[in-house]
Ligand binder design. Structure first.
Ligand SMILES: Cc1cc2nc3c(=O)[nH]c(=O)nc-3n(C[C@H](O)[C@H](O)[C@H](O)COP(=O)(O)OP(=O)(O)OC[C@H]3O[C@@H](n4cnc5c(N)ncnc54)[C@H](O)[C@@H]3O)c2cc1C
Length: 398
């Protein structure tokens, strides 16, 4: 496999770099590089910039607004965005629901919802998990009962990321209690502003309001919001999860985080020499860099499979496990590099406009929060233990 970029690919990289130089707002990259909190408006602003250029939904087919890129172009784009400090694309509409609608939605649904995802008219969130239904997702208990031309939804979802910003939620609901667990699930698009929907915050270890509980009491949902066939939602749910897992691996994110870590390790002095020359630290740094290089190749394989019309399979589970381990190791090393300065957790320091100077070097301020926040990586999108079960089933046939 030739891992050198061709001349055309190099030219494309130049185009991306120029775009980022011209269009990435400075206040956004400053926040991302500084590990500061991004507001809803920040995230929407970046979506709008990408959409204007036709680069927001870069893995959608051209007929629905994708740019028609191949695997390598997507890889280059994601890496350069991460290195430049661009905000992450909010995945729920673009990366999760979009591919499901394109593959399983009706023509009417595609025509209505896909442009709204691109234009930022809807902010989507994901209503899969429930108390007691996380790893065992097929046991979801939220019900949807057909009543004329509406479904009536009752139940509770949990861990709903950024649900406080959302006006729409895609939900797994039980439409058949008699059938085998996986056979009685449907995939429904629910208006979060409808009567009977209540969102309550969950504050996580890092002090952030990132996740929520969502309650449904007799919520009426038009039957036209059912995606695909009733009771067949498990197929669509699994299809979506493979995209989610590939996304969580976050190769570009790790490339940028590793660059920053190396800069810190060269700057920080320990026992009269740069920390990067400390054998114990350098060994861990080298190991994580080698793992990341290997990940890049696996990531390219997955992107190439998708670009060739395939869907990511067990590889997305492999990427999810290794990608999240790498991200967690980098945040551990960053804390280690900063020593005692990485200890204090000051929630206010994560928001722009915090008046006081943080204790110690500026790079240290967000490290404790990032370390805590990154604990989630090996849990969400299906825990890493569950990914190992999937790999053993799909690859080893166990
Ligand atoms: C920060 C965060 C954001 C999230 N965002 C969303 C979201 O937006 N939408 C959404 O729907 N969900 C979301 N989730 C939920 C996430 O998908 C679940 O937390 C995850 O699937 C695990 O489910 P659980 O929390 O119920 O844990 P459990 O399923 O109860 O698992 C507990 C432990 O047991 C292990 N375990 C369970 N079953 C097995 C098994 N068969 N073999 C081996 N080990 C097993 C698990 O690995 C885990 O360590 C989010 C979670 C977090 C932490």
């Amino acid at each position: 496999m030739d891992l050198q970029f061709t001349q055309e690919e190099q030219a494309f990289r130049g185009e991306v770099l120029q775009f980022l130089k011209d269009k990435l707002p400075e206040h956004l990259s400053r926040k991302v590089k500084g590990g500061l909190h991004l507001t809803r408006e920040d995230m929407l602003q970046w979506h709008a910039v990408l959409n204007e250029r036709g680069w927001l939904a870069n893995h959608w087919p051209e007929q629905y607004g994708g740019p028609g890129w191949g695997a390598v172009q997507k890889f280059i784009f994601e890496n350069e965005c991460a290195l430049a400090g661009a905000p992450r694309i909010v995945p729920f509409g673009v990366n999760m629901l979009g591919p499901v609608l394109i593959k399983y939605g009706s023509e009417e649904q595609k025509k209505y919802w896909l442009p709204r995802i691109l234009n930022g008219d809807d902010w989507w969130c994901q209503g899969y998990s429930e108390p007691g239904s996380g790893s065992d997702l097929a046991s979801v208990k939220t019900t949807a009962v057909l009543d004329g031309d509406h479904y009536v939804v009752n139940g509770q979802k949990t861990w709903t990321t950024l649900g406080q910003h959302a006006n729409m939620i895609f939900c797994l609901v039980r439409t058949n209690r008699e059938a085998k667990a996986q056979s009685g699930i449907s995939f429904l698009l629910v208006d979060m502003k409808a009567p009977g929907v209540e969102v309550r915050p969950i504050i996580t270890l890092d002090g952030e309001h990132e996740v929520n509980e969502v309650f449904f009491t007799d919520v009426r949902v038009p039957a036209r919001n059912l995606v695909g066939e009733q009771d067949k939602g498990w197929t669509y749910a699994k299809f979506l999860l493979t995209y989610e897992r590939t996304n969580i691996a976050g190769v570009g994110f790790s490339v940028a985080a590793l660059e920053k870590l190396k800069r810190i390790a060269r700057k920080v002095q320990r026992n009269g020499r740069p920390l990067a020359q400390d054998p114990m630290f350098a060994t861990r740094l080298a190991k994580v860099e080698i793992d990341l290089e290997n990940m890049k190749t696996t990531n390219l394989r997955v992107i190439a499979a998708v670009a060739g019309g395939g869907v990511p399979g067990a590889e997305s589970s492999m990427l999810k496990i290794r990608g999240t381990e790498i991200r967690q190791e980098i945040s551990s090393l960053a804390r280690r590099a900063m020593g005692p300065y990485a200890q204090p957790f000051i929630e206010e320091a994560l928001h722009e406009g915090f008046g006081e100077e943080p204790v110690g070097p500026a790079e240290a301020a967000p490290l404790a929060a990032q370390y805590f926040n990154n604990r989630k990586l090996s849990i969400f999108g299906g825990s890493n233990e569950i990914q190992k079960n999937i790999i053993s089933k799909m690859i080893l046939g166990l």
